[in-house]
Design a binder for this molecule. Structure first.
Ligand SMILES: Cc1cc2nc3c(=O)[nH]c(=O)nc-3n(C[C@H](O)[C@H](O)[C@H](O)COP(=O)(O)O)c2cc1C
Length: 350
């Protein structure tokens, strides 16, 4: 069973991915936040820096592309191939209004015919493996069956499914029952994404998915094409892992200490101080990360308010010192509010 880091724009930068990989049980793949092909160049400066092999040494990184323009996709994929990448991921799940109104991200799921034509062009023209990250549809989870029919026509390397529709954003429970039905019906390798906040959440979906695969194996469903482990290929935690970076290590039975968490923090902090100029953008970046990380501590609300108020580097460092001196790594009882998402207001400088 594999585990991948979900892309979170503004959070899972190369600085974050490296620090995570160095201090916790390494993940099998790290997906970059989405790259939007620009009209004149396949990668913007910030995007190029994020995927630069020099900044991702030894990391299994999968760049993600967000577009509905096949030529733009192919051009960006070619630029990524020149950097040494062998797989790219297509974002078909972003629920943001500015993205979906242009027919991209989850907006593309509204039009399976256009999606089919797009997939035909990119699978024809791209030498790299292409994986997909999708939702179940736009408004009704049952839309997934038409989407499945389209997706099953193409040699998709993996299908990462967030089992909600766009209109649900991140609210409510995920439709795990439908994820399991898709697992029964699709010919592709599937990865589960959504609301994995505790080791028990991971255990539960894995148990259910593996039971489905075992049943399929008994019926000789795979017929030598794919193994059970490849059909349900694993999980992709997002917000739960950012809030509690020890989550996957803990699931794998590893003990994580507070000093490990501190070293992880320090590597990210130093990394941003190296590439951002001045204290303000660094503090801003770190505060954004702490919006998630405070959730892993008992005094989360109090810390949240204090982070919110502070602006000076010395205050930031003092608060972080206090947290790492007084706190323990906790993995229990993290229950995020429904639809839990930290809005990202800044124009990301990295
Ligand atoms: C702030 C934020 C930024 C995100 N950025 C991306 C992105 O760039 N690409 C993407 O495919 N998904 C993005 N997502 C969605 C996550 O990858 C993931 O699918 C979602 O958070 C659900 O998983 P979770 O419940 O484990 O967090 C983002 C989510 C959030 C909250």
């Amino acid at each position: 069973m594999r585990a991948y880091l979900a892309p979170l724009e503004g959070i899972t930068t190369h600085v974050y991915r490296n620090a995570y990989h160095h201090h916790f049980r390494p993940l099998d793949k790290y997906f970059t936040p989405f790259i939007v092909p620009a009209s004149k160049r396949p990668l913007r400066t910030r995007e190029r820096r994020d995927v630069d092999p020099e900044n991702n040494k030894g990391l299994p990184v999968i760049p993600q592309i967000l577009t509905n323009d096949a030529a733009g996709f192919l051009e960006t994929a070619e630029a990524l191939e020149a950097l040494g990448y062998t797989e790219v991921n297509l974002n078909l799940g972003c629920p943001s209004g500015t993205v979906t109104s242009r027919g991209k991200g989850a907006g593309f799921l509204k039009d399976p015919y256009a999606l089919d034509a797009f997939l035909e062009q990119i699978f024809d023209g791209c030498r790299l493996k292409i994986s997909l990250k999708t939702r179940l549809g736009w408004a009704d989870p049952e839309e997934v069956w038409e989407i499945l029919n389209v997706i099953d026509r193409y040699p998709v390397s993996e299908w990462i499914l967030h089992p909600r529709v766009r209109q649900e954003f991140y609210r409510g429970e995920t439709h795990r029952d439908i994820f399991l039905e898709v697992l029964k019906k699709s010919r592709h390798s599937l990865i589960y994404n959504g609301n994995l906040f505790t080791a028990e959440d991971i255990r539960q979906i894995c148990g259910e998915a593996e039971a489905v695969c075992a049943g399929m194996q008994e019926q000789d469903h795979f017929a030598g094409v794919m193994s059970c482990q490849d059909h349900f290929a694993g999980v992709m935690p997002g917000r739960g892992l950012i809030a509690q970076p020890a989550l996957w290590s803990h699931y794998c039975g590893e003990n994580v200490t507070i000093s490990q968490l501190k070293d992880f923090h320090d590597e990210i902090y130093d990394g941003y101080r190296e590439i951002l100029s001045g204290d303000d953008p660094v503090i801003h970046k770190m505060k954004e990360l702490w919006c998630y990380m405070v959730q892993g501590f008992t005094e989360s609300e109090r810390y949240e308010k204090r982070f919110h108020k502070l602006h000076r580097r010395s205050d930031y460092e003092a608060l972080v010192r206090e947290i790492f001196t007084n706190e323990e790594v906790s993995l229990a009882g993290f229950v995020p509010p429904d639809g839990w998402q930290i809005p990202s207001k800044e124009k990301h400088s990295i």
